[in-house]
Design a protein around this ligand. Structure first.
Ligand code: DC
Length: 226
């Protein structure tokens, strides 16, 4: 692998995107948010009125939905059939649909291809569920980032509140538990800690401490920039 890759996997609300974005800015890496791609696919399915169990329709939709990535001032933008949908994919509805439809192989194959291409042309920090295990098995540094369900639910609640979205803490915790179960028990590329990943439990760490821990792990794996 010509470029340095950092793979960050973990359950919903572990802080992966906040941390990965900050690490990317510090190291001059590209941040690849793979969850956003599954969310864009889910948004397409919701817009088409396709249900989460309609496997054949979902397979066909994979051919019709064109998903690409573009960067604006360093921020990843997700483009769905020519439309920038980055601001439309952050709802719980889309997140749950993404979890439910990411179980299908055609969805995964389509998006994994795009993710691997991105890592071929730049130093990346990529977050998701299967990055260290399937997308970038040769990544030099792998991190499994987690936190207790209660802490993750509270973080997501604060995030949604800040955006002015209506939400309920108990419902969010229940959603997170269900989503984790589905992501960890699906047939294709379930969320598991890669054998060579370093476990970071951020339950009682500050954002800065987690950022520093990840940079140290990458340095320990040979990163000599930043
Ligand atoms: O990280 P997120 O909440 O934006 O991801 C939404 C869903 O997408 C997640 O519950 C499962 C799926 N996903 C996946 O299957 N593989 C990835 N690499 C990233 C996300």
């Amino acid at each position: 692998m010509a470029y340095f890759s950092i793979a960050v996997d973990g359950p919903a609300g572990a802080g992966k995107s906040t941390i990965a974005r900050a690490v990317a800015a510090k190291l001059g890496f590209i941040y690849v948010d793979t969850g956003a791609m599954y969310r864009a696919m889910a948004l397409y399915l919701l817009k088409q009125g396709i249900g989460r169990e309609e496997e054949t329709a979902i397979k066909d939709a994979c051919r019709q939905a064109e998903i690409t990535i573009r960067y604006e001032d360093g921020a990843q933008q997700v483009i769905l059939n020519g439309e920038n949908v980055s601001s439309k994919i952050r709802t719980e509805e889309v997140g749950n649909m993404a979890s439910a439809t990411s179980i299908y192989l055609p969805v995964r194959e389509k998006l994994v291809q795009l993710q691997q291409k991105l890592a071929e042309s730049a130093n990346v920090i990529m977050d998701g569920r299967d990055i260290g295990t399937c997308v970038l098995p040769e990544a030099q540094a792998k991190i499994y980032l987690t936190a207790s369900p209660a802490v993750r639910a509270k973080r997501r609640y604060d995030e949604l509140k800040e955006k002015g979205m209506a939400c309920n803490l108990e419902e969010i915790e229940q959603d997170i538990i269900e989503r984790d179960y589905r992501d960890m028990h699906r047939e294709h590329s379930p969320l598991v800690q890669a054998e060579d990943a370093v476990l970071v439990d951020s339950s009682s760490m500050t954002v800065d401490q987690v950022i520093e821990a990840i940079i140290q792990i990458a340095r320990g794996k040979g990163l000599d920039i930043g």
